[in-house]
Design a protein around this ligand. Structure first.
Ligand code: ZN
Length: 216
C-alpha cells in the first residue's frame, strides 16, 4: 500500500466517512508491505500483508497472465487516461491490465481490488482485498474504474457511482444495465459498456480530518 494513497481509503463499515490511520512494521520505499490500518470511528483494523490491504480475506490463486498491448490500449482509451491526476481502480481479472498500463500510461496510479493476477506493487500500484460493502475509498476520489464480472453486484455499482468523480469513467461487462440518471453510456460493444459518471445534485459532504497522531 503506497503511503500517499492511504488518504484516499475510507473505513468500509457502516458509519460516517472516516479516514484510516496507518501503522507499519515493514516498508519498502514508501510502500507499506506489512502493517495495519485502523478506523478511529469504529476501531476496526485491517491488516496489510505483502503490500496488500486486507479489507477481506486473501483471495484465490493468481495467474501471471497479462492483457496484450492492444487490449490494454483499448482499456486506457475507455478509461480516458489522459490528464486527471486521480487514481483508477481495476477489479478482479482487470488486474491483467496492470503491467501493460504501467508502460502505456506512465502517470497513472492504480488501486487493484481483488487481483486475480500476480502484480508488482510500487508507488503507482496498490492492492486491496475488497470488503463486501463496496469500495473503501473516498467519495469522488477516482477517475476511472474497470469492473470485471465478479464485481457487478448492486453494491459495487453504487460504490462505483460514489467513488468516481463527475465525468469519471466506468468500464464494465456488457451485460450490465446502468441507470441513466447516474451514468451516460459512451460505448457499448460485445464485451464491455463504457460510461461516464453524470453530475449529481446532493447535499454538501462534510469533510473529516484525520487525527494528528496514530490511534493504533
Ligand atoms: Zn470504521
Amino acid at each position: 500500500m503506497f503511503t500517499e494513497l492511504i488518504d484516499t481509503l475510507r473505513c468500509p463499515n457502516a458509519h460516517e466517512d472516516s479516514w484510516l490511520v496507518a501503522t507499519s512494521t515493514r516498508t519498502q520505499s514508501r510502500h507499506i508491505m506489512e502493517g495495519r490500518l485502523g478506523c478511529p470511528v469504529c476501531s476496526a483494523t485491517f491488516e496489510i500483508t505483502d503490500g496488500e490491504v486486507l479489507f477481506a480475506s486473501p483471495g484465490a490463486l493468481r495467474t501471471t497472465r497479462v492483457l496484450d498491448d492492444e487490449a490494454a490500449f483499448r482499456l486506457a482509451a475507455q478509461l480516458h487516461l489522459v490528464e486527471a491526476p486521480q487514481p483508477i481502480l481495476l477489479t478482479g481479472s482487470w488486474s491483467r491490465a496492470v503491467a501493460p498500463l504501467r508502460t502505456l500510461v506512465p502517470n497513472v496510479t492504480m488501486f487493484v481490488g481483488d487481483a486475480t493476477s500476480i502484480i508488482t506493487l510500487d508507488e503507482r500500484v496498490s492492492s486491496l482485498r475488497l470488503p463486501v460493502s463496496g469500495f473503501p475509498l473516498a467519495t469522488g476520489a477516482l477517475r476511472g474504474i474497470a469492473l470485471d464480472a465478479q464485481h457487478i453486484s448492486d453494491t459495487f455499482i453504487a460504490a462505483s457511482a460514489r467513488v468516481l468523480r463527475t465525468g469519471g469513467r466506468l468500464v464494465a461487462p456488457a451485460s450490465l444495465t446502468l441507470h441513466d440518471t447516474i451514468w451516460r453510456t459512451l460505448a457499448h460493444d460485445a464485451d464491455v459498456v463504457v460510461a461516464e459518471r453524470l453530475p449529481t445534485s446532493s447535499a454538501p459532504i462534510q469533510l473529516k480530518r484525520a487525527p494528528s497522531a496514530p490511534l493504533f
